[in-house]
Design a protein around this ligand. Structure first.
Ligand SMILES: [Zn+2]
Length: 212
């Protein structure tokens, strides 16, 4: 199954073929429909007009769960559509979160990340860290917003030691292994706002939102 969302994350409509059907689960020959991975939530959309209820990532393949009685069969030609607004927000927030992550690592001297989640309205990063990260956030937000203002190019591909794994990098920075979708330039991310939360003892959370 070809992941067209990697080659072209701006493609929101695709004509393809059903590869396999198992009850409610449908697999496609090619797909533009991202399935939850690396903390990035799934796209919303439909296959041949049938809403996708859930997209499940098995690593080497993705299953799309449709309503009972969807009527699709292997070999059927279908049109896949994804919600462009949601995808664009997810990829902007994904890139913002990873920039914040790199800056948090250097600002804290290597705080341990314990979780990450990217939805369409906000992203969050959790760290195991004993003191409040609040004092670090203004400088980190300023650096992210500087990179946004510089409108640096973003590349995705396979480099160096991690050449087995897909990575992304901002021009001039180290590649970061990532299976998500990213815009082509940092300018598309837009300015971000950071907020510190403290969801539990010893857990520091950084919440990232896009400025409207
Ligand atoms: Zn990522």
């Amino acid at each position: 199954m070809r992941r067209v969302f990697w080659d072209d994350p701006y493609r929101f409509r695709l004509e393809t073929t059903v590869a396999a059907v198992d009850g409610q689960a449908v697999e496609l020959e090619e797909t533009i429909f991202y399935a939850f991975a690396g903390g990035q939530e799934s796209d919303y959309g439909d296959i041949a007009g049938r809403p996708v209820l859930e997209a499940v990532n098995y690593g080497d393949r993705i299953e799309y769960i449709l309503a009972d009685g969807h009527g699709l069969r292997a070999g059927d030609a279908v049109v896949v559509r994804v919600d462009p607004d949601r995808r664009l927000k997810l990829m902007r927030l994904h890139s913002a979160a990873e920039l914040v992550l790199q800056l948090m690592y250097s600002a804290t001297g290597g705080a341990r990340k314990t979780g990450a989640h990217i939805s369409a309205d906000k992203a969050r990063l959790d760290f195991s860290f004993a003191v409040s990260v609040a004092p670090l956030l203004p400088a980190i937000a300023a650096l992210v917003n500087e990179a946004v203002a510089a409108d640096l190019s973003i590349e995705c591909g396979y480099w160096g030691e991690s050449s087995e794994r897909r990575s992304w990098r901002v021009n001039g920075f180290e590649p970061v292994p990532c299976c998500g979708t990213h815009p082509l330039r940092t300018g598309e991310i837009g300015a971000v706002r950071l907020k510190r939360e403290n969801p539990g003892k010893g857990v520091e959370r950084v919440e990232i939102r896009l400025r409207p």
